[in-house]
Design a protein around this ligand. Structure first.
Ligand code: FES
Ligand code: FE2
Length: 359
């Protein structure tokens, strides 16, 4: 739903500062942006054997993905049917899943197996108290879930996904799964998403890290915005001091609202940013390493990305404090340099349905 033309804000006007801390905006975002979308929650590498399961969140919704003993994948709400405690607290491998609150025990295909003292209850409905299944899709070794599906698959929701991914060679098949990392950011999820949707900040904030590695000049660093997909491509900085040999191009794709894949010729990252509260979010990332790359190159390259990530986290947390003071209601965007931020902000406005009532 678009706002009437007369109310459309000028393209350089940012979202209101209030939208970065207000509870009612946050509630609307959960309902209208996060709940009805696909989220990247993991890598099939974490679910290769029967009994493997992983715990994640899709927005704020707790999720459990299992590979059952016959080898089939399932996704469920990670919410016990008894009184709502999470069924699994961490990822791992087990034959059954037992809630650690009152010990209700579920099979990996979601069926409730036993509930202590159930025999003392007349007509306890064991068979109808299984875990609640949700939609699951596997795309290029990555696991996506949707807790409120409209019946469309990931690809039906994002028809350009394969075309863009092919063009950017977003393919993890030459890579091996290395590790998982996550960071809590004390800022609204949109501030984080906007940070990763522009490279206007790269030459200042990341002068020694990201900008030393990649060519960040405005005409060299390319963005492609296609509905809910935002892609970025960068070439190596010819003067970069620590690029691993053979590392030529960085390709990144963000899938609305929070999932991302970032691939270069040495490392790949896939993950998501998920909101925690109006003023905090969590960035989870599955890290992959290109097969055959020497471990020294991997270590120093990972260090570069980690240092750039810290620079981003610190900047966005400082920005959050200023936004929260609410002294300046709107910022001034630079749409020529912040094309994808402008695109993202239009999508947020449009997803929140009554876009300007809360301004
Ligand atoms: S909430 Fe899970 S067993 Fe009680
Ligand atoms: Fe950055």
């Amino acid at each position: 739903v678009h706002a009437p033309a007369s109310k459309t804000p000028p393209p350089e006007q940012t979202l209101p500062a209030r939208w970065y801390w207000d509870d009612s905006i946050f509630e609307r975002e959960l309902e209208q942006i996060f709940t009805p979308s696909w989220h990247l929650v993991g890598a099939t590498a974490e679910l290769s054997s029967p009994g493997d399961h992983l715990v994640a969140r899709a927005g704020i919704v707790p999720i459990l993905v299992t590979r059952d003993l016959r080898g089939e994948l399932h996704a469920f709400l990670n919410i016990c049917r008894h009184r709502g405690h999470p069924v699994a607290l961490s990822s791992g491998n087990r034959k059954t899943l037992q809630c650690s609150y009152h010990a209700w025990t579920y099979d990996l295909d979601g069926r409730l197996k036993t509930a202590p003292r159930a025999e003392r209850e007349p007509c306890f409905p064991t068979s109808s108290l299984g875990l609640v299944p949700i939609a699951l899709d596997v795309w290029r070794e990555l696991v996506f879930v949707n807790a409120h599906p409209d019946g469309r698959s990931l690809i039906e929701t994002h028809p350009a996904l394969n075309t863009i991914a092919d063009e950017l060679r977003l393919d993890l098949s030459g890579y091996r799964y290395f590790t998982k990392s996550s960071a809590v950011v004390q800022a609204n999820w949109k501030a984080w998403f906007e940070n990763v949707s522009e490279c206007y900040h790269c030459s200042t904030l990341h002068a020694q890290t990201f900008a030393d590695a990649w060519e960040v000049a405005p005409d060299a660093y390319r963005f492609i915005c296609e509905d809910a997909l935002i892609a970025q491509v960068a070439a190596r900085n010819a003067h970069g001091r620590r690029l691993p040999e053979g590392t030529e191009r960085l390709r990144q794709l963000h899938i609305w609202p929070g999932s991302f894949i970032s691939v270069d010729d040495t490392l790949a990252f896939a993950g998501a940013v998920t909101p925690l509260t109006p003023q905090s979010c969590e960035m989870t990332s599955y890290v992959y390493v290109r097969r055959g790359v020497k471990s020294e190159s991997i270590a120093s390259w990972l260090e570069m990305y980690d240092a750039a990530l810290r620079e981003d986290v610190e900047a966005v947390e400082r920005q959050q404090m200023s936004l929260r003071s609410n002294r300046i209601p709107y910022g001034h965007l630079m749409p020529a340099s912040e094309l994808a931020v402008a695109h993202f902000q239009r999508m947020v406005r449009s997803a929140l349905k009554e876009p300007f009532a809360a301004d």
